[in-house]
Write a protein that binds this ligand. Structure first.
Ligand code: S3P
Length: 451
């Protein structure tokens, strides 16, 4: 079951403010998926605290049970996984429904693609539109086969390789999901699997594989990052604390920057350079955003973020080489850009078109409905800033089964002249189930519309 099978729940954001206080954002979605999957592939009991209990991650937990792991919630955020060992996945007796989660389905396909089992995957209407050939193409090199709908779409059956061979693969697009799927497949192939990525993408899989005891090395060369993994390790169960999600922190941070008088502290946010591009961009735009108490936790840089209302922000040209480190943050950046002076140019972002929705189109159409001028091309878009508090709003926009689109437009509503309604706020539960309560506690005004 996905969270999106129920009726739509419209929600309206009104101007209010100031936003003040602390925002305790939930655990990192990327790290949570990987903790469950690697726990399921290791021997012994992995203990996880701070797990994100969003629907995407819960769907991955359910999937890991279907492949034979024992996955238990002890108390909120505190979970254990009894794994089956590398290559130990059982054949699921039911279809694996990954709901809204591209990360879930793609990483799981990789993890099972070199085991002698067959599994059928599906998801919600958004996930069934997303490209899967980017995973099944490299899986075919390992010896796996896949049969899906035309265009490489879900529902899709993956027949794992009976006698997997290791591969050398260069990812054709900057994608941590593709890189991770190949590495997870490489776990059950004898010998060395090598993945090269031209641009660095989030490296949680590499870090976590090393933590679980895999032999894995990363080298930066002229070709990009080259990752070498020795197959068939015995992964040892770990005790893990999931850092808080910088992609979720982005929402209260950006809200504070655009709502007059605000000051919000967002403690304990991971600032892994492969994830922190948004915060750098905001600072270049003139945001009053400070990193307090910078420290290292579990090998990752962490800080408390303090964001204050920033009426002097200016649009910038976001360096395209920064895209991978902020790929999920362009929707909320475009809302900040609309409230800044001047143009914000975002280039080299073709991947935005194949996320939970076509995020360039979703934001461009919604922002235009709110009175903002947006130009767009295949891999770029430009937002004409209207200045602080100058976005007209007063529109109902489509969330398109995309949590980040829904949250971005609600935040737009906090700073707009007239309220902004999203037609369906239920997708927010995939990554940030406490979003509405948290924003309300900070002083925001959100209303569930009667349906
Ligand atoms: C993710 C990678 C990114 C990102 C997604 C999470 C991950 O996707 O957009 O939200 O956890 O590996 P791509 O790999 O498609 O860029």
């Amino acid at each position: 079951m996905s969270a999106h099978d129920g009726p739509a729940a419209p929600m309206t954001a009104h101007a209010a403010g100031p936003l003040t206080g602390e925002a305790q954002v939930p655990g990192d979605k990327s790290v949570s998926h990987r903790a469950l999957i690697l726990g399921a592939l290791s021997v012994g009991e992995t203990r996880i605290t701070g797990l994100l209990e969003g629907q995407d991650v819960l769907d991955t937990a359910t999937a890991m049970r279907a492949f034979g792991a024992e996955v238990t919630q002890h108390e909120p955020g505190s979970w254990s996984v009894h794994g089956v060992g590398t290559g130990g996945f059982a054949e699921p007796a039911q279809v694996i429904d990954c709901g809204n989660s591209g990360t879930g389905v793609r990483l799981i396909m990789g993890a099972m693609g070199t085991s002698p089992i067959t599994a059928t995957f599906t998801g919600d209407a958004s996930l069934r539109l997303r490209p899967m050939a980017r995973i099944t193409d490299p899986l075919a090199l390992f010896g796996a086969a896949a049969h899906g709908r035309s265009g490489g779409r879900l529902p899709m059956t993956v027949v794992g390789a009976r006698a997997p061979v290791p591969v050398q693969y260069t990812t054709p697009m900057p994608s941590a999901q593709v890189k991770s799927a190949v590495l997870l497949a490489g776990l059950n192939a004898p010998g060395e699997t090598v993945v090269t990525e031209r641009e660095a993408t989030r490296d949680h899989t590499e870090r976590m594989l090393a933590g679980f005891g895999a032999e894995i090395e990363t080298e930066t060369t002229n070709e990009g990052r080259v990752i070498r993994l020795t197959g068939q390790p015995e992964l040892r169960a770990q005790t893990l604390t999931v850092p808080r999600d910088p992609s979720s922190a982005a929402f209260p941070v950006c809200a504070a920057l655009i709502v007059p008088g605000s000051e919000v502290l967002v403690p304990n946010i991971g600032l892994n350079p492969t994830r922190a591009g948004l915060f750098e961009t905001l600072r270049e735009m003139g945001a009053d955003l400070t990193y307090e108490n910078p420290r290292d936790e579990g090998g990752e840089p962490v800080a408390d973020l303090r964001a204050r209302f920033s009426p002097d922000m200016r649009g910038i040209s976001v360096p395209p080489e920064r895209a991978a480190s902020m790929i999920d943050e362009y929707p909320i950046l475009s809302v900040v850009a609309a409230n800044a002076a001047g143009r914000t140019e975002m280039r080299g972002v073709a991947e935005l078109r194949v996320k939970e929705s076509d995020r360039i189109d979703a934001m461009a159409q919604g922002l235009r409905a709110c009175g903002v001028t947006v130009e767009e091309g295949p891999d770029w878009w430009i937002v004409e800033g209207r200045g602080p508090g100058e976005v007209p709003g007063g529109a109902t926009v489509a969330a398109r089964l995309d949590h980040r689109i829904a949250m971005s437009f609600l935040i737009a509503g906090f700073a707009a002249k007239s309220p902004v309604t999203v037609d369906d706020a239920t997708p927010i539960a995939t990554s940030f189930p406490i979003f509405t309560d948290m924003m309300t506690a900070l002083g925001a005004r959100l209303e569930r519309d009667p349906t």
